[in-house]
Every structure is written in structure tokens, then in C-alpha cells.
Design a protein around this ligand. Structure first.
Ligand code: TYD
Length: 201
């Protein structure tokens, strides 16, 4: 039996990374993240996100993230699933649709096609959206902001709207969790939402 691939998604400042780790612990799943998850992917991540580095143009950004995803799927995700492990990934191709497709306005269909090439069509079984309103997320974004976090409120508003539209369009594959409240409260909602869809781990 292959494991489940669960993506945790949300805008910058949604608290999604903390929730992805807690969900992986709760399920005894492999935890991983994008862009990254492999040494090559982490180098690409640094190149994409470093505000002081060479700035990739939007299409280069999309392709570098897709390249990191191809490596991640081939080296980490598919082998773990094949062993029957569940995998929780902090971001997956829905991030590309939201950020590059809508945030950067490259178009969701082209971005989805690039990602499908990168992953050989591996889709998440379930996508958990940690949903917070733009202003809440903006207040939580602080400290050293990366190049994409610096993209501005309108960019991030497009990202939030894109996530909500994708969740509405595919309600069976998405679980939308209210991201307000304490870490524990949100974690309980996430665990309940996942158990509801996929059954007990
Ligand atoms: P994020 O996952 O929020 O990490 P941290 O919690 O350390 O800030 O940061 C990754 C950034 O990469 C985030 O701004 C979204 C961006 N990103 C894309 O634009 N497209 C993608 O496909 C992925 C996976 C990430």
C-alpha cells in the first residue's frame, strides 16, 4: 500500500510550517518542504528567495521552483510513498499555482503544466489550507523577509484568493482550516480535518 501525500498550504505568515511539522508528527509521516527537501532543492531555494542575490525573472523563478520539485519528488516523495510512508510536505504544486500562477500572473494553467512535467503527474492526495485573512498574515510576517515575502500586499492578496478559489473548486481534495487561534487549536482542527478525509492513520 502506498502512503498518502498531504500538502500543507497557506500564505506567508499563516503558521503553515508549524502546522505541517505537527501534522507529520501526529501521523508518524515523513516531513519535508518546498522549495527544498533535497540538497539541490535547498540550493535552488536559497537562490530563489535571497533578496540580496541575483533576482530571477518570474519565469525563471517558476522553473527553478519546478526543478527543485522534480528533484524532491524523485528523491524523497516517491520513495517514501512507495515504502508505505505518509508524506507531509510544507508546500507543493498548489503553491506554484497560487504564487507564480496568480501572484506573478504567469497563468495557472501554464504553471500547472510545468509542475506536472516536474512531478510526472504526482498530485497530493489531500491539501490542507491554513486559512488566514491577508492582514492577519501580514502582521505575522516579520524579521528577515525573503524575496517573495517582500512582494507586497496586493501580490499576497492574490495568493490568498487563489488558494480559496482552488479549495472551493475541489472540495473533496482540500481541507480548509481556520488558521486563527493558538497553535494547539489550529493543530487539532488540522488533525480532525485530515482524519475525516483519509481515516485514522
Ligand atoms: P515558506 O514556505 O513560507 O518558508 P518560511 O516559513 O521559511 O518563510 O517560504 C517559501 C517561499 O517560497 C514562500 O514565500 C512561497 C514561495 N513559493 C512559491 O512562490 N512557489 C512555490 O511553488 C513554492 C513551493 C514556494
Amino acid at each position: 500500500m502506498t502512503g498518502w501525500l498531504i500538502a500543507v498550504e497557506g500564505t506567508d505568515g499563516s503558521g503553515k510550517s508549524t502546522q505541517a511539522r505537527l501534522l507529520a508528527q501526529h501521523l508518524g509521516a515523513v516531513y519535508t518542504r518546498e522549495p527544498g527537501g533535497t540538497p539541490l532543492g535547498e540550493r535552488l531555494r536559497d537562490m530563489v528567495l535571497d533578496p540580496a542575490g541575483d533576482h530571477p525573472v518570474d519565469r525563471a523563478e517558476a522553473l527553478m521552483i519546478a526543478a527543485a520539485r522534480a528533484q524532491h519528488v524523485a528523491e524523497v516523495v516517491r520513495p517514501a510513498l512507495a515504502e508505505g510512508r505518509h508524506v507531509v510536505t510544507d508546500r507543493y504544486l498548489e503553491s506554484s499555482i497560487a504564487y507564480q500562477g496568480h501572484g506573478r500572473r504567469l497563468g495557472p494553467d501554464d504553471v500547472a503544466a510545468v509542475s506536472a512535467f516536474a512531478t510526472e503527474g504526482l498530485a497530493a492526495d489531500l491539501v490542507v489550507l491554513i486559512d488566514v485573512d491577508g492582514p492577519v498574515a501580514a502582521n505575522r510576517r516579520s524579521g528577515h523577509l525573503d524575496r517573495i515575502e517582500l512582494a507586497g500586499d496586493e501580490f499576497h492578496a492574490r495568493v490568498v484568493a487563489a488558494y480559496r478559489a482552488m479549495a472551493t473548486a475541489e472540495p473533496d481534495r482540500w481541507v480548509v482550516v481556520d488558521g486563527t487561534g493558538t497553535v494547539e487549536e489550529v493543530a487539532e482542527r488540522v488533525a480532525a480535518g485530515v482524519a475525516d478525509r483519509l481515516g485514522p492513520a
